[in-house]
Design a protein around this ligand. Structure first.
Ligand code: ATP
Length: 585
């Protein structure tokens, strides 16, 4: 397959502002992709070379090096390349322009293939050690000298880790369903396989090679992260007990980071809620997993929480976030120790437990874990009495937890990978008539600041995620709650996500000064949820011509870097919160 096919599709994707059109272009590209190229095409289109969780070196060549490569490939001085970069604002466009002007002396007219591009990019990403910069540069040069102007645009962006076509996983699944089964209705089957393996390329290849029936047979594998099961929320213990028909087990909801731990013999991988491979950040947890998990092979889940090294008391989430770093890890292990509280077991020694009811999984967890001071199992209470659960809730709060997660113990209480299901219901400090519980929103645009905020943003346009059609819908403009430090870092923090037009997956009626590709998630609290004609969240759902908005929104200070945009609060949850609010007034 020729890389020019990809470049042409990318240029069409980049030009569209409509999601449906985006989907059609993607489906057309996938239809024309031979099965053996499928994984490469999917990852390249997402701007990467492997699923993130593999923890392999990623693309992201420093700009200085990419400039050097463009200069060498086109026989132009570095200063000229830098000058053009200032003018055009994107090195991809610079490379495109220079090649268009015929600055490359072509030795041969060898068209680039997808395989060659993929393998070269993979090599570039993996180069390390002495002389690696030079080898990386020459790798890119070798592609550019054979590239058409359009191909050069995307090669440079890809190598810099800035392709950003805005195709979400769900849109790719829709496109695959459309391309290979003729109907988007089959997305559910694909989504299930994806939820179990988190590997879009793998699911696509199985589909293209063996068809939909084979996709239905896909199973969980130790080493491939399972997309995490999530909780719904209700505001009282009574409602929860009713919802779960009295068959429930309440557990402490710890305020830390979710860990999915995979153990295979002496190998351990730890995945975050966003399915990043975070094993290297938590060598202490890795060690504990080796000594405390008695099964040879297992997948268990729990929450890692920062603890006070002297008193062993639970510490806040923000402190744990300091463990999210690439350097000086050993120092942080000592400074901010972590205790893991396990709550689920998905797999143990050849047994896939995801379709077993929760009590069976929990029993298995007790069997395979040798509890230690820093490797524990969450405290739980099996009860159908709301008052008893409320007392347990108060106890959890007083011990530094966020509240409870109440889980169904019924026969159908399976592990619903990737789903926010009613089998788990969280109870945080109640939001009564007012909105007391924060939401996680995606930043999709911003308004320039004035006065004291000149030079940065005055307010951010924030959106909820609509899982139904994989889009982002606005719910508020948030301008308060930001510290001077937050404000100062905002322009550079958002720079790489800026787009000249509305991102195709964003639905908005408001026109901000700048648009951003949905990427950064912030926690926002407001006074209440109200009907609003200017926001698109649940538009026309509750009232013709109105959507839902958060009134008096404030940033809580939490940048939720542990969440991907698709993990943000959903439109449906905002609707539920609005309805709950009505009930309690
Ligand atoms: P939040 O922002 O409230 O943590 P979330 O969107 O990250 O919500 P939810 O699935 O809604 O995730 O809430 C459950 C989260 O709570 C889990 O992802 C997990 O990280 C954490 N958690 C803490 N204790 C437990 C527990 N005992 N059982 C399940 N999840 C728990």
């Amino acid at each position: 397959m020729l890389y020019s096919k990809l470049a042409q599709a990318y240029s069409r994707l980049e030009a569209t502002t409509k999601r449906l059109e985006m989907l059609e272009i993607a489906a057309e590209l996938l239809r024309e992709t031979p099965p053996e190229e499928m994984e490469r095409v999917i990852y390249l289109t997402q701007g990467k070379i492997h699923p993130n969780w593999m923890g392999l070196p990623e693309l992201g060549m420093a700009e200085k090096m990419a400039i050097e490569a463009v200069a060498r490939a086109t026989n132009v001085g570095k200063e000229e390349v830098q000058g053009l970069l200032k003018q055009l604002g994107d090195l991809g466009l610079v490379a495109e322009r220079l090649i268009q002007e015929g600055r490359v002396k072509k030795l041969s007219q060898k068209p680039l293939t997808v395989r060659e591009v993929y393998e070269t990019l993979d090599r570039i990403a993996r180069e390390s050690g002495k002389g690696s910069s030079e080898r990386k540069i020459m790798g890119l040069v070798s592609l550019l000298v054979n590239a058409s102007p359009l191909e050069a645009r995307y090669l440079v962006r890809t190598v810099e880790g800035r392709l950003r076509l805005g195709l979400g996983d769900m849109t790719i699944l829709d496109a695959l369903a459309e391309a290979f089964t003729g109907s988007r209705e089959n997305r559910g089957v694909l989504e299930r396989a994806y939820n179990l393996t988190s590997d879009l390329g793998y699911v696509a290849r199985v589909l293209a090679e063996e068809g939909l029936e084979a996709v239905k047979r896909v199973k969980i594998v130790v080493g491939k992260p399972v997309r995490m099961m999530l909780a719904q929320r209700l505001s009282t213990a009574k409602e929860i007990v009713e919802k779960l028909n009295g068959r429930c087990s309440a557990e402490y909801k710890l305020d830390g980071e979710r860990f999915q731990i995979h153990k295979k013999g002496s190998e351990v991988q730890i995945y975050s809620r966003r399915l990043e491979n975070i094993t290297y950040m938590y060598p202490d947890v890795r060690e504990m997993a080796l000594t405390h998990i008695k099964a040879e092979e297992a997948i268990v889940e729990g929450e890692g929480v920062a603890v006070d090294p002297e008193t062993n008391e639970l510490r806040p989430f923000q402190l744990l976030m300091q463990r999210r770093r690439k350097y000086r890890i050993e120092e942080m292990v000592k400074k901010i120790p972590v205790t893991v509280f396990l709550f689920d077991c998905l797999y143990a020694d050849g047994e896939d437990l995801t379709l077993e009811p929760y009590p069976v999984r929990r029993k298995k967890l007790h069997e395979i874990i040798e509890v230690g001071p820093r490797f524990q199992i969450t405290k739980s209470l099996v009860s159908s009495d709301p008052r008893e659960i409320e007392r347990f809730f108060d106890e959890a709060i007083s011990e530094g937890c966020e509240g409870l997660v109440v889980k169904s113990t019924a026969e159908d209480s399976i592990y619903r990978a990737g789903a926010r299901s009613w089998l788990w219901v969280k109870l945080k400090r109640s939001y009564q008539s007012k909105m007391v519980e924060p939401v996680d929103l995606v930043v999709v645009g911003a308004f320039y600041g004035r006065g004291k905020r000149a030079g940065t943003y005055g307010a951010l346009l924030a959106a909820a995620y609509d899982h139904e059609n994989d889009t982002f819908k606005t719910v508020c403009k948030v301008g308060s709650g930001f510290t001077d430090e937050d404000l100062a870092k905002m322009p550079s923090m958002f720079e790489e996500y800026r787009l000249p037009h509305k991102p195709p997956r964003v639905e908005a009626l408001i026109d901000p000064d700048v648009w951003f590709n949905p990427a950064i998630v912030i926690e926002v609290i407001g006074d209440e949820i109200t009907l609003s004609p200017v926001h698109t969240c649940a538009f026309n759902l509750l009232r013709e011509g109105s959507g839902l908005a958060i009134r008096f929104p404030r940033f809580t200070g939490r940048w939720r870097s542990d969440k991907s945009p698709e993990d943000a609060t959903t439109v449906k949850e905002i609707v539920d919160m609005y309805k709950a609010q009505l009930r309690t007034i």
